[in-house]
Design a protein around this ligand. Structure first.
Ligand SMILES: CC(C)(COP(=O)(O)OP(=O)(O)OC[C@H]1O[C@@H](n2cnc3c(N)ncnc32)[C@H](O)[C@@H]1OP(=O)(O)O)[C@@H](O)C(=O)NCCC(=O)NCCS
Length: 231
């Protein structure tokens, strides 16, 4: 089994890690982070396995993705559905995101969703540990031209399988805005069950947004897999 990065590192909110950390950091924090990044880069490199489930391929974000990432992420219909995506979203934001995913300082298990046949960048997905060591949080977004083609469901199912198969976690959580019909549908198609609702911060909205919280526990996942209800 591959030793994936997220098993070693503390948890942050998945959506925030998929997108961008706090905008304001001190020079000392930057310096500390640079040295940490150098140390972590070699550890992260080659540890994140590519996953190919045609027509999508999930691989570590790459510099080649920056332009498409900036173009697709600069969309209020996406930014207002996730917690910490800045809006507007610039090429510099995209470059910073890719750099941090490469060094392991952002998104310990973040994938670019690309088209398997031509490598076109479509969106991002990732899974992130909670500090309890037993829970991971799933997140994803797709560029708007690529909605409703099944990519998010493929991504969520692939990451869910990978996480349960390679890590000693008991459950995976997912959250979506109450008004986010498409994301709720993705979560439901992956077998997650409603747990409750609450409020989370939204960078793009500049305030709190109401979200629904869903969970898939290991036993349910195993049952669904053996039953064949999912893929
Ligand atoms: C949510 C999101 C990731 C879904 O991605 P996607 O690749 O389009 O998802 P899929 O194609 O796998 O599945 C979408 C499902 O929602 C359904 N759906 C989409 N819009 C819908 C609507 N307005 N009403 C009812 N169902 C809707 C689709 O029909 C599909 O369900 P089906 O397969 O049963 O027909 C994408 O819309 C997105 O990136 N949105 C902005 C960011 C975001 O919300 N991220 C998630 C944060 S929780």
């Amino acid at each position: 089994m591959p030793d994936l990065p997220f098993s070693r590192l503390g948890g942050l909110n998945m959506q925030s890690e998929l997108l961008r950390e706090s905008q304001s950091r001190s020079p000392r924090e930057d310096s500390l982070e640079s040295s940490q990044e150098r140390l972590q880069a070699s550890a992260v490199k080659d540890r994140l396995p590519d996953i190919v489930i045609a027509p999508a391929r999930f691989a570590r974000p790459h510099e080649d993705d920056i332009d498409a990432l900036a173009h697709l992420a600069n969309n209020a219909n996406i930014a207002t559905m996730v917690s910490r995506m800045p809006h507007p979203y610039t090429v510099a934001d995209a470059a910073d995101f890719v750099r941090r995913t490469k060094t392991g300082t952002i998104g310990k298990c973040v994938y670019a969703i690309t088209k398997a046949d031509n490598g076109a960048f479509l969106g991002c997905c990732g899974i992130e540990p909670h500090p309890d060591g037993k829970t991971a949080e799933l997140g994803y977004w797709l560029g708007e031209p690529h909605w409703n083609k099944g990519y998010a469901t493929e991504a969520a199912q692939a990451l869910t399988d990978m996480a349960f198969r390679t890590h000693d976690i008991d459950q995976i959580d997912a959250r979506c805005r109450v008004m986010n019909v498409a994301s709720r549908r993705v979560i439901q198609k992956c077998g997650f069950q409603f747990q409750g609702s609450g409020m989370v911060d939204s960078l793009a909205l500049g305030g709190m947004m109401s979200v629904e919280w869903y969970r898939l526990d290991r036993k349910t996942w195993m049952s669904l897999r053996s039953w064949g209800g999912l893929r």
